[in-house]
Ligand binder design. Structure first.
Ligand SMILES: Cc1ncc(COP(=O)(O)O)c(C=O)c1O
Length: 389
């Protein structure tokens, strides 16, 4: 890189020059190559440990017969099924290559130089990326402080204070990744209602299916009331279709029309569309996935508490925990060191330093057996670290 002409690099748009690429969870194959390990478990990307619905797998296999054809660029069958699920017309649905794609479509329609997007500290990493790529400014609100209810989560008052006359988009993750914190219906509705109605509010509900809280809102039901609202959902999490990259945005038809103007003609492939359609119908698989996650969340929470380890209570399919605060010991182990030691045990979790939480690690909730394996590996790593200190 060093002999590469700087003047070419300087041609990149300023927003892109400032960007750091998205850091995905380490793939199993990479750790196999690096450490020559086998029997690795990956708990790093909030994937569904039960996999995809069997019906989705058959639909995906059947779609292989038509690989020579372009997919349906309008995603008719899937959009129709999603529209039916939400009791809306088809022109309320935009398909995305993952919900990340939907987030990027929103940014491309509404963000640009001279405009800004507001989101919270520790919010999902794609919001700053899509904001910067479009040349807009990111205005980051301070999160709820440690020690308070929903610590590290979105502070709606602080977010409102970041909004100014150049704000075009507000991104809200409900629940948020990597904190697993969530916003209740009342405060979220007041926040949206108090905003300048020209500002686009994006409520990212990637983990919607998992949330089991009485006050948790289904904001897709608010689309009539708020014409500036866009709700994003995904098939990557509870539906277990992360590899296929398929998600959607729900919004009023004129907004959907704007999103579709910047969408690539064939942004969602045919296998993904077929599998997602079948998955929507397999409600039993979703129920099983949600039930398994509930048990796993309780198991991991209990195991971390038993060890006196601090963690952020989560309503998603992951927990961010602090491997360094073993209560009463006063001794600290930093997140990166514990992450690397866990890799040597064949367990991949996710450091969240890039989310402004350098002391935390995020672990995806898995099956009871994989959760046990993670806890055993963590015990081993922390015991070794304590012995050295
Ligand atoms: C809060 C949140 N939103 C959106 C996404 C994007 O998911 P996908 O592009 O796979 O739909 C993720 C993925 O981890 C997420 O955590």
């Amino acid at each position: 890189m060093s002999d590469y002409p700087a003047e070419i690099l300087q041609q990149a748009l300023p927003g892109v020059q400032r960007l750091q690429p998205y850091q995905p969870g380490k793939p199993v194959s990479e750790l196999e190559r690096e450490l020559g390990l086998s029997d690795i478990i990956k708990l790093a990307s909030n994937e569904n440990p039960l996999g995809a619905s069997p019906a989705a797998l058959s639909a995906a296999r059947a779609a292989l017969d038509a690989l020579h054809r372009y997919p349906d660029g309008n995603g008719f069958a899937l959009r129709q099924a999603l529209a039916q699920q939400h009791d809306r017309d088809i022109d309320w649905i935009t398909l995305g290559n993952g919900s990340n794609d939907a987030l990027e479509l929103i940014a491309r329609v509404f963000l640009g130089p001279g405009r800004n997007a507001v989101f919270s500290e520790h919010a999902f990493a794609v919001y700053p990326i899509v904001t910067c790529v479009c040349g807009a400014q990111a205005r980051v609100a301070t999160a709820i402080p440690a020690g308070q209810d929903q610590a590290y989560g979105h502070d709606l008052q602080a977010m409102a204070a970041q909004v100014n006359e150049d704000t075009a988009v507000v991104f809200i993750a409900n629940p948020n990744n990597p904190t697993g914190t969530w916003l209740a219906s009342g405060p979220l509705k007041s926040f949206i209602g108090d905003l300048d109605p020209r500002i686009i509010v994006v409520v990212d509900e990637a983990y919607f299916e998992y949330v089991d809280q009485p006050d948790y809102p289904d904001t897709s039901l608010w689309l009539d009331e708020f014409p500036n609202l866009i709700v994003t959902r995904t098939f990557s999490k509870a539906h277990g279709l992360a590899a296929l990259r398929i998600g959607c945005a729900l919004a009023r038809p004129p907004l959907t029309d704007l999103l579709n103007r910047v969408r690539q003609p064939f942004n969602c492939n045919a296998i993904a569309q077929a599998a997602a359609l079948a998955s929507l119908k397999d409600t039993v698989h979703i129920q099983n996935s949600v039930r398994s996650n509930k048990a796993g969340l309780a198991q991991l929470g209990q195991s971390l508490s038993d060890r006196g380890l601090d963690f952020i209570p989560s309503v998603g399919n992951f927990i961010s925990f602090h491997p360094g605060v073993a209560q009463g010991t006063g001794r600290g182990f930093d997140g990166q060191t514990v992450y690397e030691a866990l890799l040597r045990e064949g367990v991949i979790v996710r450091p969240v330093g890039n989310y402004g939480l350098p002391d935390y690690l995020r672990v995806t909730v898995s099956t009871q057996a994989e959760n046990n394996r993670f806890i055993t590996a963590l015990d081993h790593v922390l015991d070794k670290a304590r012995a050295v200190k």
